[in-house]
Ligand binder design. Structure first.
Ligand code: UDP
Length: 458
């Protein structure tokens, strides 16, 4: 544990958005802040707190109601309803929590909030607190949504190329799906653009990325807002190992099949396993699931495939039984442990931003199969800019056929291109570690953030 040299311990209230891909990085940021001597109270919703499998014992946890204590089905379809009620109920509850902490002698100095809930910034300002937004997507994706908000990017998209300040030329299909398929998901698009609705008032904008990975976008955004890179928010035990008491990770809403996965991997040769996962939300078309299943079989590699309970019925009949010599299908796994395992040679991924950063930080090459939201933009960067994987080509129906999936897997596992990609993966792994190591770009930014909080308090 790094020594707390400050006489004035700053207290951050860290306000998480209740989704797996948002909770994981904000919990890890909380641990890093705590490691630098900050007192941290993590706030999440009542529903999430009832469903987490394991708490992170080193972080104090408070829960508030979002108005949906029994959960909410079809959240994406009803996102507007959800957000409106969360703002109404949650802002009252967050205010009460701040008052309670103040009365109990633990006043808050700063709110680190997920800008999916931009009203948290207004509460911070009302209380005279420092407001720090924590962006959970890549800086390139943030830049795109920022340009939608300012009107620099006009929708629907026109022309064969999208040219935007801070970004390389992109094709329309590299844009996040809510932009490319403009009109099909107005609620989620408003949510993502809304992250920047009041960003001018934020004292800090912390971004879960690595400066060296997205230099152009970060430099551009930093001219507009007080942005600092703080990623990758990967548990220290998998990266820099600087937080000695970092034993608990995975504030998981799903129950991982940890022992069985690790045991299965232990029995496979080094670099022989394809790990497959589409994260916590993506729903594949049944035909896509079937194509991928036979693609995995055609690749002739071992595979560990995460198929969430609600997706299982889409697997081809008898697939699990027929492929049991080669494959292992689970409902949820300890992804970081899996990526860190030497048996894993490649990751077939939906390219969620956490999964992308986790693969990059573990040095595992990727086969990109983006499904929606920011994943197509991440896939473009993985293949063309970071050269850390291959994007599996889709047909005119938007499906990756079995031959294409098997070909990409073989290219990475055995091909010449795979060798180059593996070298790059090794390079990015080193860079990720350096960023959070003492004196690295993200470490320095976190130190600056903490030093300013302490100076303000003293
Ligand atoms: N994850 C996990 N076990 C699994 C699949 C995913 O622990 O079997 C974790 C993964 O490590 C990542 C998160 O769930 O931290 C998924 O976030 P991501 O941004 O990749 O995708 P999303 O779920 O938001 O689409």
């Amino acid at each position: 544990m790094e020594k707390d040299t400050s006489a004035y311990r700053a207290h951050c209230l860290v306000f998480a958005y209740p989704a797996q891909g948002h909770i994981n990085p904000i919990v890890e940021l909380s641990k890093r802040l705590k490691h630098k001597g900050v007192e941290v109270t993590l706030v999440t919703t009542t529903f999430i707190s009832k469903n987490i499998q394991k708490e992170v014992s080193s972080i104090a946890l408070e829960t508030i109601s979002d108005g949906f204590d029994e959960g909410m089905t079809g959240q994406i379809e009803n996102i507007q309803t959800y957000l409106e009620r969360f703002e109404r109920v949650g802002s009252k509850n967050l205010t009460e929590l701040l008052e309670k902490l103040s009365r109990s002698g633990r006043p808050v100095d700063c709110i680190v909030y997920d800008p999916f809930l931009p009203w948290a910034l207004d509460i911070a300002k009302k209380f005279g607190l420092v407001a720090a937004a924590f962006l959970t997507q890549s800086c390139a994706v943030d830049t795109i949504f920022y340009h939608v908000r300012t009107g620099e990017l006009k929708l629907p998209l026109r022309g064969p190329e999208v040219l935007l300040p801070g970004l390389p030329p992109l094709e329309p299909q590299d844009m996040p799906s809510f932009i490319y398929n403009w009109g099909s998901y107005p609620g989620p698009l408003d949510l993502l653009v809304g992250q920047f609705s009041n960003v001018e008032k934020a004292d800090w904008v912390l971004c879960n990325t690595i400066y060296e990975l997205e230099q152009e976008a970060v430099d551009w955004m930093s001219k507009i807002m007080p942005m600092r890179t703080v990623g990758p928010t990967i548990p220290s035990m998998f990266l820099d190992k600087r937080i000695e008491d970092d034993k608990d990770y995975g504030f998981s809403i799903f129950k991982p099949n940890t022992d069985a996965c690790v045991k299965w991997l232990n029995d496979r040769p080094k670099g022989s396993v394809v790990y497959v996962s589409f994260g916590s939300m993506a729903a594949l078309e049944a035909e896509q699931m079937e194509e991928l299943a036979w693609g995995l079989r055609m690749s002739n590699s071992y595979f560990l495939w995460v198929v969430r309970a609600e997706e299982e019925a889409k697997l081809p009949k008898n697939f699990v039984e027929e492929t049991s010599e080669k494959g292992f299908v689970v409902q949820w796994c300890p992804q970081l442990e899996v990526l860190a395992h030497e048996a894993v040679g490649c990751f077939v991924t939906h390219c969620g931003w956490n999964s992308t950063l986790e693969a990059l930080s573990s040095g595992v090459p990727m086969v990109a199969m983006p499904q929606w939201t920011d994943q197509s933009t991440n896939a473009k960067y993985i293949m063309d800019f970071w050269k850390m994987g291959l994007k599996a080509p889709a047909d005119e129906k938007g499906l990756v056929r079995r031959e294409a999936a098997a070909h990409c897997i073989r290219e990475i596992m055995e091909g010449e291109r795979g060798e180059v990609i593996k070298k790059n993966a090794f390079k990015w792994r080193k860079l990720a570690k350096e960023a959070v190591d003492k004196g690295g770009s993200s470490d320095k930014n976190i130190e600056e953030f903490v030093a300013k909080l302490v100076a303000r308090k003293s």
